[in-house]
Design a protein. Sequence first.
Length: 222
Amino acid sequence: MKSKLNYKLVILIVVLLLTSFGVFKSLKSRTIAIQPYGNFPDHLSKEVSSVISHQLNIPTVILPAKPVPPTSFINIKGPRYRADSILNIQLGSIPDSIDFILGVTNRDISFTKRDTHGNIKKPESKYKDWGIFGLAHRPGRSAIVSDYRTKTISQSKSLERLKKISIHEVGHNLGLKHCKSGLVCVMQDAAESIKTIDNVSLDLCSSCQNKLKIMEMFNFSF
């Protein structure tokens, strides 16, 4: 018990020292750029920008719209854009003043889903070009989300889904893994179902919030 207390005391002292001398870069001093693609509506870009700034306490800016990168286009099951290609293309165009970039599009996006061994998940015909809500490097600086699969008869419901997906993918950029707390944390794995997204909240659970604070202080991911 005593050794555990001493360990916690050492951690607390280190954190206080880092905070006092400004060793780590807080989220407030970072900036996320929202990159609209094609004819993605301006009001949705503003909604995404606002919810990320509010929920994650990170300043955001909205960049001028640009076409979806044509080199990411693929047509296996239908016209789609490879999310992994877009992530890499975005990395090459991030302005020096920007720390993270989140692409937003109304086009269908996809990637190849793999198992724990790195092989294409079975059946390959299903997962080689798998349509998704969003994708992000973890940790990293680039993420992409699409509202193509979030649409419903209710515009407010579709917007809520888009907000959750956006926070989720930026959370991955910041280093967070999928949450296994069993709570309605926004970092839960969607598990290939839109229902999961509907059932979670816009918030990080307390465990993910604490992990985010530690990662910011010590510059590592869980």
